[in-house]
Design a protein around this ligand. Structure first.
Ligand code: SF4
Length: 249
């Protein structure tokens, strides 16, 4: 869904902005291009509407944390959208998502300087640590070298900002071709290198997407213990409705 979703108890706002199709746009399971903008006019109109709601909600509910998604990388959003958002959420805890190739020490420094976040969570969809699963089954286009480089970026950020900038990675589970043992290995290896892992339950959107698989209770229990959180992809935020904006405040 595009829009905003408020968790009043946690005072956390989830914001799903519109973007152009992700520059990679080749992951085998990806549905996000379905909600992408056709042109800049559409994108600007959609995001202004969402950010107006964000601005109101941040003030009305004393929001502490804003998690921003845009069906790709935060760094691919137009500057005007980023600046408009900044005016509403500066100084709060901020989550952004990105493919690893956009994450450099300099790009993170820009975000820190622009948003002055109380804490910044940089979320990267590695999805599997196993290179053949990652690049053949999922077609992520993320080399091992890219992961090593990201580890180094995280080290530099740690030196500069300490625990104020955290790097989380996603690990996907419940999809054909992604066996449970590989999921456990991914979590273990990525936890060693980054600040935490968020496990994401695969959800199929199109017939040509890989089939989902059942998930054992043992794996779910293990993920609960090892991960920052598990997202079962069952909230309204995971509904794909091209052309619709939903505001749940
Ligand atoms: S990187 Fe993310 S948005 Fe881009 S194609 Fe892959 S899953 Fe989709």
């Amino acid at each position: 869904m595009l829009g905003a979703f408020l968790d009043k108890k946690a005072r956390r706002l989830y914001v799903i902005l519109q973007n152009f199709p992700c520059s990679w746009n080749r992951c085998t399971f990806c549905p996000f291009w379905l909600e992408a903008a056709k042109d800049y006019v559409e994108l600007d109109r959609t995001n202004r509407q969402i950010i107006t709601a964000v601005d109101w909600a941040v003030r009305r509910y004393a929001v502490r944390r804003v998690s921003v998604y845009n069906g790709g990388s935060f760094f691919e959003l137009p500057l005007a959208t980023i600046q408009a958002l900044r005016d509403s959420v500066r100084g709060l805890q901020l989550d952004i998502e990105s493919r690893p190739e956009f994450v450099t020490f300099e790009s993170i420094r820009d975000i820190v300087q622009l948003f002055r976040p109380w804490r910044l969570y940089v979320r990267v969809g590695i999805d599997s640590f196993d290179e053949s699963i990652r690049n053949q089954v999922l077609n992520k286009g993320i080399s091992q070298h890219q992961i090593d480089r990201l580890v180094e970026v995280r080290r530099m950020c740690r030196r500069e900002w300490g625990g104020r900038v955290l790097f989380y990675t996603y690990v996907l589970f419940g999809m054909q071709g992604v066996d449970e043992e590989s999921v456990r290995r991914s979590v273990v290896e990525l936890k060693r290198r980054f600040d935490g892992v968020i496990a994401i339950r695969y959800r199929r959107y199109l017939p040509r997407h890989p089939p989902p698989t059942p998930v054992s209770n043992e794996l779910v229990e293990w993920l609960r213990q090892e991960c920052v959180s598990i997202d079962f992809a069952d909230s309204p935020m995971w509904n794909i409705r091209p052309g619709k904006i939903e505001i749940h405040l």
